[in-house]
Design a protein. Structure first.
Ligand code: HEC
Ligand code: HEC
Ligand code: HEC
Ligand code: HEC
Ligand code: HEC
Ligand code: HEC
Ligand code: HEC
Ligand code: HEC
Ligand code: HEC
Ligand code: HEC
Ligand code: HEC
Length: 408
């Protein structure tokens, strides 16, 4: 037994050493697995929301949000390609969204927004770890969130001033579209992206821009198809399509960001001068008529404005049989408001111009006669007064020496 015991003595030592070695290996192994997991499972450190870098900048990542985001299935290293282990490289390579989204990156590269922010993508898409598909209400580019997203920069007075741009955000929010998007949650109303696009946004001075004058009717027409067809069939639409950019596009009459409901008094009050800003002669003659005088009484009055007679979108020359102001259609056009309109009633000239002898001979001669009368009357009385004055002076001078003689 002793011998046995004795025999086993050294083997026990060996066993003890083996166990120690094994324990050491296990220990070593377990330590290195912790280390290994730390390298691959970035979240073991970064899920700690209080984690900070040396400068106190937070480097925590909301893991729940990240996993529910569109990129939740990706590995951290798919985006952070230069980070393989801890400690990290001093200068990790910036994330390149372009490696997976080449089309969007290329479009941004040629747009007004190229180089306007430190990260070309997150400026609109928000926090890189919580990007959602565009049809998810949590997305920064969900239709109802877009105005606020663009507004992070475009509601800034300082940015507008720096780049010489209008500050359009507040005006848009008060417009019919802004109201529909922000207050009614109407997904189909126009948000910034509907008119400007998303990645390929260009200045309206660029002919390729969706907001370039010549393209505006098509841009608005993607939603307002009926109005666009009407407009395209009229003189204004045809002129613009033929390259005559002095004719009006939608935004000349409606503006781009301050669009009002056209039945509102504030729109109707300003639209007559809008037509008149180009048709100065017709505005001037309209101003002389009863319809306009009525509108000038102060406050809002329902009277005939330019488009009540001419239509708003399919404007045509009076000579065109389809024009509402063609002679053949006047009874119907005036009859909308004047129930008893008949052939003699519509003889009334809404643009009577007393300065034009050929167009309005009667008015021209009446005006000529009235002017002659006025001038001859004025001249007569001026001459009369002058002669009277001279005679009075002469009488006075005659009587003065007589008075002096009396004193002597
Ligand atoms: C052992 C903990 C730990 C692990 C594991 C870890 N990080 Fe970090 N990480 C940090 C700390 C701490 C910082 C703060 C800055 C520093 O110390 O480098 C940081 C910083 C970062 C930064 C910011 C770098 C900068 O300079 O802006 C990124 C990006 C990052 N980690 C990504 C990763 C990725 C990807 C992984 C997985 C491959 C990972 N980290 C794994 C601890 C960790
Ligand atoms: C879709 C790409 C993408 C994925 C996936 C991604 N990140 Fe990021 N991460 C970014 C971008 C973009 C930034 C902003 C800094 C930059 O541009 O490099 C960023 C920044 C960071 C920062 C610095 C935090 C800060 O505010 O400066 C950390 C830390 C970080 N990521 C960790 C992670 C971790 C951990 C994972 C995996 C759970 C992860 N990231 C997955 C794109 C990504
Ligand atoms: C000026 C703001 C803005 C910037 C900057 C921006 N995006 Fe977008 N992005 C949007 C908007 C708005 C949408 C939604 C488009 C829509 O509803 O059709 C969108 C949609 C997307 C989509 C969905 C597919 C698509 O094209 O509609 C991807 C992918 C995308 N962006 C990636 C990127 C990448 C990558 C970058 C950087 C290169 C980037 N975006 C920069 C505004 C922006
Ligand atoms: C490693 C490849 C990869 C990188 C890098 C990457 N993405 Fe993605 N992204 C995807 C995949 C995959 C999808 C889901 C499929 C899809 O809808 O295109 C996606 C989807 C998106 C969507 C939602 C598309 C939609 O339908 O509305 C947006 C927005 C987006 N990514 C933006 C970004 C931005 C911003 C970055 C950079 C911070 C980025 N991605 C970096 C692979 C990537
Ligand atoms: C990170 C800030 C930022 C965000 C977010 C942003 N913009 Fe801009 N945007 C700018 C800056 C800066 C300019 C001026 C660029 C220049 O003139 O060089 C600009 C220019 C423009 C212009 C061109 C104006 C002109 O005629 O020259 C339009 C249009 C525009 N942005 C629309 C948008 C829309 C729509 C969105 C949202 C989808 C948006 N922007 C989001 C910063 C931003
Ligand atoms: C209904 C269409 C429409 C909508 C919606 C719209 N815009 Fe515009 N925007 C235009 C048009 C058209 C122009 C071209 C210039 C003009 O007619 O005023 C323009 C011009 C601009 C300009 C340049 C102004 C300048 O001074 O040159 C900026 C910046 C701009 N828009 C940003 C936005 C932003 C941000 C939003 C959302 C909050 C928005 N737009 C919504 C149609 C629109
Ligand atoms: C994305 C689709 C879309 C685009 C693009 C669009 N609109 Fe609209 N617009 C709407 C919707 C939807 C309404 C109805 C809003 C409501 O009733 O609350 C509306 C309302 C209007 C109204 C008020 C009259 C009415 O019928 O309610 C006018 C005027 C108008 N838009 C003009 C324009 C002009 C001008 C443009 C181009 C510069 C334009 N819209 C571009 C969708 C659009
Ligand atoms: C020459 C000025 C002018 C132009 C150009 C113009 N509009 Fe109008 N628009 C008006 C007037 C005026 C009204 C009000 C009509 C009324 O109350 O009878 C109106 C009404 C509307 C309405 C309300 C619905 C309706 O049919 O009355 C919409 C929507 C509209 N316009 C969109 C557009 C779009 C889109 C374009 C470009 C394709 C456009 N407009 C071009 C002057 C104009
Ligand atoms: C931006 C300037 C502009 C505005 C605003 C404008 N027009 Fe015109 N209009 C034109 C031009 C230019 C033509 C000639 C088009 C052509 O035939 O080439 C024209 C033609 C016409 C014609 C046909 C006359 C003819 O001699 O052929 C009528 C009628 C007309 N406009 C009515 C209106 C009415 C009504 C409004 C307001 C609702 C209006 N216009 C607003 C520029 C304008
Ligand atoms: C009460 C109805 C009425 C109103 C209001 C009215 N017009 Fe007219 N307009 C007519 C009639 C009728 C004609 C054709 C006879 C004529 O030239 O006097 C005409 C002719 C015109 C023409 C010339 C068309 C051509 O083919 O020669 C233009 C341009 C015009 N109007 C613009 C305007 C503008 C701009 C306004 C608003 C400032 C306006 N009209 C207000 C009824 C009206
Ligand atoms: C949008 C409605 C409207 C249209 C269209 C309209 N008018 Fe009027 N008009 C009025 C109103 C309102 C008055 C003032 C109240 C009144 O006397 O009936 C008026 C007054 C007049 C007057 C002076 C008062 C009178 O009744 O004798 C004449 C003349 C007149 N209109 C002629 C016309 C002619 C001609 C047309 C067609 C070319 C026309 N109007 C189209 C609304 C309209």
């Amino acid at each position: 037994m002793k011998a046995d015991l004795g025999k086993t003595g050294p083997s026990r030592v060996v066993l003890g050493l083996r166990t120690l070695a094994a324990t050491f290996v296990v220990l070593l192994l377990s330590v290195s697995t912790i280390f290994l997991r730390a390298q691959t499972d970035c979240l073991s450190c970064h899920a700690d929301k209080t984690l900070q870098d040396a400068s106190g900048h937070g480097v925590g990542v909301d893991s729940e949000k990240f996993h529910s985001s569109i990129h939740g299935v990706l590995n951290c290293t798919d985006c952070h390609t230069s980070i393989k282990e801890y400690p990290h490289p001093d200068q990790p390579a910036p994330v390149q969204c372009a490696t997976c989204h080449a089309d969007q990156a290329k479009a941004i590269g040629g747009s007004v927004h190229d180089g306007t922010s430190p990260h070309p993508c997150t400026s609109c898409h928000g926090d890189a770890h919580s990007i959602f598909p565009k049809d998810n209400p949590k997305s920064a580019v969900y239709p109802l969130n877009i105005p606020r997203t663009c507004g992070t920069c475009h509601a800034s007075e300082a940015l507008a001033k720096k780049y010489g741009l209008q500050n359009v955000y507040a005006t848009y929010m008060d417009s019919i579209h802004g109201y529909a998007v922000s207050k009614e949650g109407l997904l189909v109303a126009a948000n910034c992206q509907s008119c400007h696009g998303s990645h390929n946004i260009l200045s309206h001075k660029d002919a390729k821009s969706t907001t370039a004058r010549v393209n505006v009717p098509n841009t608005c027409g993607t939603c307002h198809g009926g109005v666009k067809d009407e407009y395209s069939a009229g003189v204004h639409g045809k002129a613009v399509a033929a390259g005559n950019l002095t004719a009006p596009v939608c935004t000349d009459c409606h503006t781009a960001h301050a669009i009002l409901q056209p039945t509102e008094a504030s729109f109707r009050m300003q639209s007559t001068p809008i037509c008149g800003s180009c048709h100065k002669e017709q505005l001037a003659t309209y101003r002389d008529t009863f319809h306009s005088q009525l509108g000038l009484l102060g406050g809002y009055v329902e009277t005939a404005r330019c488009w009540d007679c001419h239509g708003a979108h399919g404007n045509l020359p009076a000579s065109d049989p389809a024009s509402p102001v063609n002679k053949a259609n006047l009874i119907k056009t005036c009859g909308r408001c004047h129930k008893d309109a008949n052939a003699s009633f519509v003889q009334y000239q809404p643009h009577a111009n007393p300065h034009d002898r050929k167009l309005n001979p009667a008015l021209y001669f009446v005006r000529l006669f009235m002017n002659l009368l006025l001038w001859s009357t004025l001249s007569f009385f001026t001459l009369h007064t002058l002669l009277w004055f001279i005679r009075a002076k002469r009488e006075q001078r005659k009587s003065e020496p007589a008075a002096e003689e009396k004193h002597d």
